[in-house]
Write a protein that binds this ligand. Structure first.
Ligand SMILES: NC(=O)c1ccc[n+]([C@@H]2O[C@H](COP(=O)([O-])OP(=O)(O)OC[C@H]3O[C@@H](n4cnc5c(N)ncnc54)[C@H](OP(=O)(O)O)[C@@H]3O)[C@@H](O)[C@H]2O)c1
Length: 281
């Protein structure tokens, strides 16, 4: 398999370097920014291409690692090239292969969406952490196992997903990653109101946050839940609500309603009716 990469950004460089280090054959890079393609080629010991059609000709597999909104634009640029038998892949979490590559079957090519469940934040360093990433793959049934084999061969865990589940799957990833940032930002705002600056607040909260994450991963959400909602401590919940503005009160109530359902699983005999009365109204 000779892999060409279109889009010399964070994922393009990380994946290319990762493939090369695992002995896979990477032809090289094309990017609208020629300098970026050159840098990527230097970084991976491959070739930079000024013409998209030459990269397509010299590769069996193409990864379109451009921003989500441009994947179909690039597909439209390459779809009339000779793609018969080639694998066309993108890395978007929310887009299916069929959505991204309309008409791919008529071209005799095979489309895949291959999503690393990982925050790829650095062009030149994230590849070092990619061995921890879980890859979620969706696309043409005919070669699914072969595509999964590329990543299994690098030591990664792989899971297949239905095209119709992609948006929900991507949302799940966003909730546990990005939405956690929103909740932590709110916690920091409250700490700052108590006289902490951001650095001291983060240092103070770190054992709580990191310990919580470790417990969740090790023991699951139900066992890990602690706090006033889990204890059905209506008095403390009322006090919390009394210091929040209206918007934050709504958020606290919505999140607490989810915590009540987790608490009921953890403590089937505990009476949560007083808490429910507060958070559901
Ligand atoms: N970063 C992550 O954590 C992550 C994780 C999982 C999946 N993904 C997915 O990976 C894909 C790439 O994301 P990324 O974070 O690597 O984005 P990125 O760092 O912005 O890289 C995209 C690259 O594509 C280039 N590009 C834009 N239009 C192009 C075109 N028409 N032809 C060729 N190259 C073009 C950009 O050049 P310019 O900068 O000059 O525009 C840039 O170098 C997306 O589908 C994203 O959803 C990302």
């Amino acid at each position: 398999m000779k892999t060409g990469i279109i889009g010399a950004g964070k994922v393009g460089l990380s994946l290319g370097k990762y493939f090369v280090l695992h002995g896979l054959d990477v032809t090289g890079y094309y990017d609208v920014d020629r300098e970026a393609a050159k840098e990527a080629a230097e970084f991976t010991g491959t070739v930079s291409y000024n013409e998209l059609d030459r990269l397509a000709r010299e590769s069996d597999t193409l990864f379109l690692t451009v921003p989500d909104g441009l994947i179909t634009t690039v597909w439209n640029q390459i779809k009339d090239m000779s793609l018969h038998g080639k694998f066309i892949c993108h890395c978007s979490g929310a887009l299916s292969a069929g959505e991204a590559f309309p008409g791919i079957d008529e071209r005799g090519a095979f489309g895949y969406s291959i999503h690393p469940l990982f925050a790829v934040s650095d062009k030149y360093n994230s590849y070092k952490e990619l061995s921890h990433a879980y890859f979620t793959i969706e696309g043409n049934e005919l070669h699914l196992d072969e595509v999964a084999g590329w990543f299994r061969g690098c030591g990664n865990q792989v899971r297949f997903i239905q095209a119709s589940d992609k948006v929900k799957y991507h949302l799940a990833a966003a909730v546990c990653s990005n939405h956690v940032v929103a909740v932590i930002a709110q916690s920091l705002k409250l700490m700052e109101e108590c006289g902490f600056d951001e650095d001291s607040a983060l240092a103070a909260l770190r054992p709580l946050m990191a310990g919580n994450m470790d417990h969740i991963v090790r023991d699951g959400v139900t066992k890990s839940l602690t706090g006033p909602v889990e204890r059905a401590d209506a008095g403390t919940v009322r006090k919390h609500l009394s210091v929040l503005n209206e918007n934050d009160r709504q958020l606290y109530k919505l999140l607490s309603a989810i915590l009540v359902s987790v608490g009921k699983k953890k403590n089937p005999g505990r009476d949560y009716s007083a808490i429910e009365e507060i958070v559901l109204h």
